[in-house]
Design a protein around this ligand. Structure first.
Ligand code: DOR
Length: 447
């Protein structure tokens, strides 16, 4: 029997309402016991000293672009899951905009096979809403459900045709799958490059208005209410969207939502200025869809995450190569590499007093699990919690440790972050997956 004992950390397990100093004992890859001094009761064990650190269930990411198959130059299942482990994530849901896209059983099975072979953490595949992500006809949802997808999404593009979206929501309910929509109306964003606002005007770039997101959020909520389907709204970025989601939830619509760490912490000014307001730049590493918005949006998103109107933090980890970013702004690929900076960025909310640590941990563990109903689906028992019998997936955190972002040191192939050189506060000290250490900064000394 392989036993791992994590001693004396502050254990926060929001699913069980636990918050206190305890040991976590993992036997043969599963949580065996959690409680004060439990680790002292086991004789033969590998041991970790978590004194002064926070011990939580491994994070669950509903929105990760792993890029394999098709874009292995940007990321692979191996490098993406290694980045996940560094970020404290033990479960990542792999987005469907690969090449080929995830619209067939064969495609899904190939990802599951590769994840089994080279994944450092758990990979749960997402299938396409429409064939080829082309927005013209539905992908075979039943076949995808049978192959093991946890949601359907054409992320990167919205399903624009309202009738198709209606049928997607209707059809997906048969398999209990959420339809995760990238809410931006292509007719309104056209070739918009960043948030429509004063920075776009100053830079002479075409904007993507907040209303392009909000009109689709409103439309899709109406379709979810019409069909009874489960609408999940990807990467909510505006205050207006938050208000629409709050009203929909108050009416009892089956709507869930996620927010990305960058939308909680960075504004559109990042694109033109970054850290330096003396001159303007065109920072392609701050180009992302939906775009970085304004302070009022950040305030609304933080409040919604605190109250639960937004169910989960999801990284939208979107690695790109140098060649995709070191070009003219209009041609640069949108997206930020995020898995390895997610926890530290989110800790900014805690340090700013906008959310408490247990609530943040909830939104990164059991929050996403419940949002997609994984807690009640067969085969996903115990994800996002440290309940006895759950997978031995743990993140060990130092909420106050400061570190400087160095993309060259990322496990991800994607170095595309606007945070290079910035000091962040909040460190993932170690990550345990299925009872094995998969990330270790060397700070957790064996006792
Ligand atoms: O900026 C983005 N990049 N937004 C998306 O929705 C897709 C993603 C990507 O795949 O690169």
């Amino acid at each position: 029997m392989a036993t791992l004992a994590i001693h004396n950390g502050r254990v926060i397990d929001p699913a069980l309402g636990r918050d206190g100093i305890a040991d976590v004992v993992i036997v043969d890859g599963r949580i065996a016991r959690v409680g004060p001094n439990e680790g002292d009761m086991v004789v033969e064990a590998e041991r970790i000293d978590a004194t002064g650190l926070v011990v939580v269930p491994g994070f669950v990411d509903l929105h990760t672009h792993l890029r394999e198959p098709g874009f292995e130059g940007k990321e692979t299942i191996r490098t993406g899951t290694a980045a996940a482990a560094r970020g404290g994530y033990t479960t990542v849901c792999a987005m469907a905009n690969t090449r080929p896209p995830m619209d067939s059983r064969a495609a899904i099975e190939s990802v599951l096979r590769e994840a089994e072979k080279s994944g450092i953490v758990r990979v749960l595949p997402i299938g396409c809403i429409t064939r080829g992500r082309e927005g013209a006809e539905l992908a075979p949802a039943g076949e995808l459900a049978g192959a093991g997808v946890v949601a359907l999404s054409d992320d990167g593009d919205a399903v624009s045709d309202p009738s198709l979206m209606r049928h997607a929501l209707e059809y997906a309910t048969r398999w209990g799958l959420p339809v995760a929509q990238h809410c931006e109306d292509p007719a309104l964003v056209r070739d918009g490059q960043m948030h429509e606002g004063w920075v776009a005007t100053r830079l002479g770039l075409r904007g993507r208005p907040a209303s392009a997101e909000e009109t689709f959020v409103a439309r899709d909520i109406a379709l979810a209410e019409l069909t009874g389907g489960h609408l999940h709204i990807c990467h909510v970025s505006t205050a207006g969207s938050v208000a629409l989601i709050a009203a929909a939830k108050a009416r009892g619509a089956h709507v869930t939502a996620e927010v990305a760490p960058h939308h909680l912490t960075l504004t559109h000014e990042e694109v033109g200025f970054g850290d330096d307001y003396r001159s303007i730049h065109y920072h392609t590493n701050a180009k992302v869809n939906p775009p970085l918005r304004e302070e009022v949006d950040i305030a609304a998103l933080r409040a919604a995450l605190r109250s639960g109107i937004i169910d989960a933090v999801a990284t939208d980890h979107a690695p790109h190569g140098q060649g995709d970013k070191e070009i003219e702004f209009d041609l640069a690929a949108p997206g930020l590499t995020m898995l390895e900076t997610s926890f530290a960025l989110c800790m900014k909310l805690v340090h700013d007093g906008d959310i408490d640590l247990p609530t943040l941990i909830e939104r990164m563990t059991i929050g996403p699990v419940r949002a997609w109903g994984l807690d009640i689906r067969a085969g996903f028992d115990g994800l996002g919690t440290l309940a006895p019998g759950a997978p031995g997936d743990v993140a060990i955190l130092d909420p106050n440790a400061e570190w400087t972002v160095d993309p060259a040191a990322f496990a991800s192939k994607g170095k595309n972050t606007p945070l290079a050189g910035r000091m962040l506060r909040g460190l993932v000290v170690a990550t345990v997956f299925g009872g094995a250490l998969v990330h270790d900064t060397g700070r957790v000394v064996a006792l």
